[in-house]
Design a protein around this ligand. Structure first.
Ligand code: NAD
Length: 694
């Protein structure tokens, strides 16, 4: 039963029961409408209470019905709200826990609202590139006043029920029995007429015109490429400028417009992609998990320190192991300095500095970490060094400990083979800075136990990260693709671009940072070391030598004060460098290339389609479970523009035949061997399908 109906004396109590959040799916809406009608016809009933079973009133639309015709099948949410609003007997919404989206729109259609304190109240549609489409933009301003309503609708952020006295007829004391109190309230107003309706009120503001004009300017500046926030302002404005029914029609029209925009499609894709990524074949709620109470990290460098802070942030005690006391002291000092800096900037409560530091211990003795439930290795990116560390871990760690590696590119199966317990070995590829970045690429080795994988997936959640599972290959999902992207960026330099031109084109496309600025930030020597290894493994792998030439003259990036760009002391703003431009043009000359003007469109297509083509191979090989996992990796780890939904979703939006045609064009040009179309891309293009609709 998705809705329960019960009589409490003269009050009918209709309870949504559609776990996990009482989503207002078709069956629930239908049963709720039937319940309200039944109560109208029952002469015994004086008033109706709508409430939610479990911990919440309602989280709004049932996400399982997104993109399905069920969402538009009668009774729609709109019909349910009308049924409540037009009821001749008073309807009271009794709210606790969560009252969001359609749940709040329904509550606004009720004659009365009562709540427990602590309930999260929100209209979060803007976060999916939409606006509240069931009267929320017209009723909330009438209930709350223009300004607070606009804030809630444009931000989508939740507000606690006790902070919204204008919305509620009564907020009970904490611990009150909600249904009993709501029934008593319903009895007390059972005979009062006329029935109050939010729609009959005015959306108050002393100077609505000026306020809305200021809001338009401010919201437009903050919204970036997303159209929804400004559409929210316009529909909320209609609550002031139009009669209710006309405002409702306007809201409907703008909602239907937004739902078709690529930006909203991208946001909804990302929303579902995040949920999908957590679903891994062979792993279920019944898969056993190992306890993770204590962690250890080997190597207190850039990544090791960040990973330790990620554990501490989640309240998990962690011990860092280093090879020398100097390195350990340096690592521990960096962590303390980070916390103190964050506290000085007001980003961390001062009390938390000591609390976090108390969770981070350091040692140079591997025996001290023997009791940890998980150890993450973050030493130099060198197979011999890492193998030695894994042999050592195999010797000291307790049975059942998870042995994880933070390697960016190396073979997790080889590391597993260095131990006598390959089932316990897994890759946990954090992104820098590890305590901030959301992505955790989880590398499942051939022997990795399903309980180990399930444990690390759950750990990702505890660390508030998006875990995405990858198979074993050189670079896994993210770095294997980025290599092709960086490779094209290098070729563009040889053919006629400057670093600033390439970065500018990618940043206008929406990337947070272009490839050369990114490389200056991460350190150009990291790629250099990887290329040296590759040169031995794959001597025929063509790439622009400019990056090597840059490192040979010591331009390692921001850390050495110079990289692809020049940096003034204490200033991270990249300045074009005459030395680098000279290096690039000389190299072109040596290659016999006549430099040419290259426009933004070609720059973007070459870099982004290089990602897409490699992504298609990764998908076909089963390294990624689904296209949306690849998108998640790029959205959460590589600064791919969210409004484009990730590389594979972007390719679907452009249309695979057009992507394929561009790739075939590049294949006929210089370095055509880098552009052999992935068979999966060619097949899907021919079948008229997309990566996300196979
Ligand atoms: P780093 O050079 O900053 O730190 C490595 C640390 O490991 C050093 O402090 C070193 O003293 C210590 N170490 C070396 N051998 C050791 C041993 N046998 N026992 C204990 N400690 C030892 O390197 P990093 O940038 O933190 O990278 C570490 C790992 O993380 C590498 O595998 C790298 O590929 C990977 N990674 C780096 C990044 C990044 O952006 N820097 C991102 C993701 C993954």
């Amino acid at each position: 039963m998705s809705v329960e109906y019960a009589l409490h004396g003269a009050v009918a109590v209709i309870t949504f029961n559609n776990p996990p959040v009482n989503g207002l799916g078709l069956a629930t809406r239908s049963a709720a409408v039937d319940g309200i009608r039944r109560a109208q016809q029952d002469p015994q009933v004086k008033a109706i209470v709508l409430t939610g079973a479990g911990k919440v009133f309602s989280g709004g639309a049932d996400i399982r019905e997104f993109n399905s015709p069920k969402a538009l099948t009668e009774p729609t949410l709109h019909t349910l709200i009308r049924t409540a609003e037009e009821s001749v007997k008073p309807v009271v919404a009794a709210i606790h826990g969560v009252c969001m989206g359609g749940g709040l729109e329904l509550a606004l259609g009720c004659h009365y609202r009562v709540a427990l304190p602590g309930a999260q109240v929100a209209l979060p549609e803007v976060k999916l590139g939409l606006l509240p489409g069931a009267g929320g933009t017209q009723r909330l301003p009438r209930a709350l006043g223009l300004e607070p309503a606009l804030d809630m609708i444009v931000s989508g952020n939740p507000v606690l029920s006790e902070k919204l006295p204008a919305l509620f007829d009564e907020v009970f004391a904490a611990g009150t029995d909600l249904v009993a109190a709501a029934v008593a309230f319903a009895e007390s107003i059972g005979d009062a007429r006329p029935l109050p309706k939010v729609r009959d009120r005015q959306a108050g503001h002393a100077d609505a015109g000026a306020f809305l004009q200021a809001a338009r300017t401010q919201v437009a500046a903050a919204a970036g490429p997303f159209p929804a926030p400004l559409e929210c302002v316009e529909t909320v404005a209609a609550a002031v400028t139009m009669p209710f029914e006309q405002g409702l029609a306007f809201e409907r029209e703008r909602f239907m417009h937004l739902i078709r925009t690529p930006e909203s499609r991208a946001l909804r894709h990302a929303f579902f992609a995040e949920r999908e990524a957590a679903k891994v074949p062979g792993i279920s709620a019944d898969t056993p998990r190992r306890p993770v109470e204590r962690a250890a990290v080997v190597g207190a460098g850039t990544m090791g320190g960040g990973i330790a802070m990620a554990f501490a942030k989640a309240g998990i005690p962690v011990t860092l192991v280093e090879s020398s006391t100097e390195a350990l002291d340096k690592g521990m000092t960096a962590i303390r300095a980070h916390y103190e800096g964050a506290a000085a900037k007001g980003k961390l409560a001062p009390a938390l500095v000591a609390q976090r530091m108390a969770l981070v211990a350091g040692t140079v003795n591997f025996a001290d970490i023997a009791a940890a439930d998980i150890v993450v290795e973050a030493v130099f990116e060198d197979m011999d060094v890492k193998e030695a560390v894994f042999r050592q871990l195999d010797d000291v760690m307790k049975p059942g400990a998870i042995l994880a590696t933070n390697t960016s590119t190396l073979d997790v199966d080889r590391l597993a083979a260095a131990t006598g317990r390959p089932q316990d070995v897994i890759g946990t590829h954090f992104f820098s800075p590890a305590h901030v970045m959301k992505l955790l690429e989880i590398v499942r080795g051939h022997a990795t136990g399903s309980d180990v994988l399930a444990t690390v997936l759950a750990l990702a959640k505890r660390l508030k990260k998006t875990g995405v599972v990858s198979g074993v290959c050189d670079g896994f999902i993210g770095n294997r693709m980025i290599e092709q992207y960086v490779r094209q960026a290098g070729f563009l330099l040889d053919e006629g671009c400057t670093p600033a031109q390439v970065d500018g084109a990618l940043e206008r496309f929406g990337f947070a940072m272009g490839p050369f600025r990114m490389s200056d930030l991460a350190g150009n020597d990291i790629g250099w070391a990887i290329r040296k290894r590759r040169a031995a493994e794959r001597p025929d792998f063509a790439y622009s030598k400019t990056a090597d030439l840059l490192c040979e003259i010591g331009r390692f990036g921001q850390k050495s004060g110079a990289g692809w760009y020049d940096y003034r002391p204490g200033d991270r703003t990249p300045q074009p460098s005459a030395e680098v431009e000279e290096l690039i043009t000389t190299h072109s000359r040596e290659l016999g290339i006549e430099r040419r003007q290259i426009g933004d469109a070609e720059i973007v297509e070459r870099l982004v389609y290089a990602l897409v083509n490699e992504g298609a191979r990764i998908l076909e090989e089963g390294i990624a479970l689904r296209a949306s996992d690849i998108d998640m990796v790029y959205l959460t780890g590589y600064g791919f523009p969210l409004f484009r939904g990730g590389p594979m979703f972007h390719a679907d939006t452009v249309g695979l035949p057009a992507v394929l045609a561009a790739i075939e064009r590049f294949a006929a040009g210089r370095h055509g061997d880098a552009w052999q179309p992935a068979p999966l891309l060619a097949r899907l293009a021919a079948e008229g399908k997309g990566f996300n609709q196979r």
